[in-house]
Design a protein around this ligand. Structure first.
Ligand SMILES: Cc1cc2nc3c(=O)[nH]c(=O)nc-3n(C[C@H](O)[C@H](O)[C@H](O)COP(=O)(O)O)c2cc1C
Length: 398
């Protein structure tokens, strides 16, 4: 495997001088290190210092192109296993948390799918500023690792939390993130996502409340962990990551056909879609008129999408792992345990649909994992954090 590489982002804190030692320690830990400075950082430490230490060019201005004709922010974002921003100023953190890209460092982070580690360093009052607190919370929810600053005397003479964490702690976080970023490298993950719409007539359908947010989070997490990703998605408004191949479908049958076409070569299949169990027996053409007092809608059973994929993979002798999602009320764990066996999947992940704060359409989720070697719960977290948790467990399936 090629050497893991880190982009070390250095922003304008007094602690910028400590980034020089950090760059050396990251190199000793096995990383190729490339440094991106903010303009404020350059007032504290020079590009030449980092270029000499790392034997790599530095980036600072967003229009710089060390290799002519290649956009550096895209190139560096693609090549990095991890981006580490240390020290991270209040200003840079708030920009990262809210998605600004007005300098090379923040633009590079926007262009990256890989894990992000931030190590704040600032005056204690700045560290408890509401915008900084919110930005850090947002970054955590987006899957970033926050290396907490230490308590003690800071450069401005105050005492409190705000000192840049030790180089050893930051290197450890970078290594952990780097392991995560290659967890699924060279593997292909197929995800079904969203609801299916089963047509009643040309304008009406039988559907469900799945938003596709969990499927989107799984696709992002899988990309973050190095996988090649294919998503077969029902009708949703979410944006899947650009690095994922997305096939859009409407009905359960179309989802099955598309997923069967994507199955060969898949190492892991995650059935996160809420596939309609039943569909109207026939679709009326045009728009049904409001002429009857009562109409009866007859529904027939849809194919079992995941069940069919499992059977197809097992019949063809493919060593594909399968994870099913089950939307169950809080007392549905026993049903899910039975489903794991009857569906022939490796693990089943239960969403508690009786709660209003997690599950359908919400930003957070809480997953219960029922696997071949045991059970676990994720705790309530953002859907992306849940997805990372799930894919870590999936990587350890026997
Ligand atoms: C001497 C000096 C020390 C500073 N130290 C810090 C610091 O430790 N943390 C911080 O968040 N901002 C600090 N600042 C303020 C930042 O440099 C300022 O907000 C700047 O705009 C940050 O830009 P950047 O985030 O693009 O690097 C310091 C400013 C000065 C003049």
């Amino acid at each position: 495997m090629s050497q893991p590489s880190v982009v070390l982002g250095v922003s304008g804190s007094v602690a910028a001088y400590r980034a020089a030692d950090l760059a050396r320690d990251l190199m000793r830990a096995g990383f190729t290190v490339r440094v991106c400075l903010t303009d404020a950082a350059e007032r504290f430490v020079s590009r030449e210092l980092f270029e000499a230490l790392t034997s790599q060019p530095c980036l600072q201005d967003v229009f710089e192109e060390p290799e002519r004709g290649r956009m550096a922010h895209i190139d560096w974002a693609r090549q990095a296993s991890v981006i580490v921003v240390a020290p991270a100023t209040a200003n840079t953190l708030v920009k990262l948390g809210f998605g600004l890209g007005d300098d090379m460092l923040t633009t590079l982070v926007l262009a990256s799918e890989r894990p992000l580690v931030v190590a704040p360093a600032m005056n204690p009052t700045m560290f408890t500023n509401a915008h900084v607190v919110e930005a850090l919370e947002r970054l955590r929810k987006q899957g970033a690792t926050v290396v907490e600053p230490a308590e003690g005397d800071v450069a401005c003479g105050e005492n409190g939390q705000g000192k840049l964490a030790s180089a050893a702690t930051i290197v450890h976080a970078a290594l952990t993130a780097s392991i995560r970023s290659s967890r699924w490298t060279g593997k292909r993950i197929l995800i079904t996502s969203g609801p299916t719409y089963e047509p009643i007539d040309d304008v009406r359908f039988v559907g469900n409340r799945s938003s596709g947010k969990m499927g989107e989070a799984l696709a992002r997490a899988a990309r973050m962990m190095g996988a090649e990703v294919a998503v077969v998605s029902g009708p949703v408004a979410v944006q899947y990551p650009a690095g994922a191949r997305v096939v859009r479908v409407q009905t359960a049958q179309a989802m099955l056909d598309a997923a069967l076409a994507e199955l060969p070569g898949s190492d892991l299949v995650i059935g996160a879609a809420a596939v309609a169990d039943y569909r109207p027996i026939e679709k009326q053409s045009g728009k049904m008129r409001r002429t009857h007092d009562r109409i009866d809608l007859t529904l027939v059973r849809n194919p079992d999408v995941l069940g069919t994929l499992v059977a197809e993979a097992r019949n063809s002798g493919r060593n594909t792992r399968f994870i099913a999602f089950a939307a169950e009320p809080s007392d549905g764990l026993e049903i899910a345990r039975q489903k794991r066996v009857s569906k022939g999947v490796d693990a089943i992940v239960v969403n508690d649909v009786s709660r209003s704060d997690v599950g359908f359409g919400t930003e957070d989720n809480e997953l219960a994992w029922i696997g071949p070697t045991g059970e676990a719960t994720s705790g309530k977290r953002s859907k992306l954090e849940c997805a990372l948790w799930l894919l870590e467990r999936a990587a350890e399936l026997p």
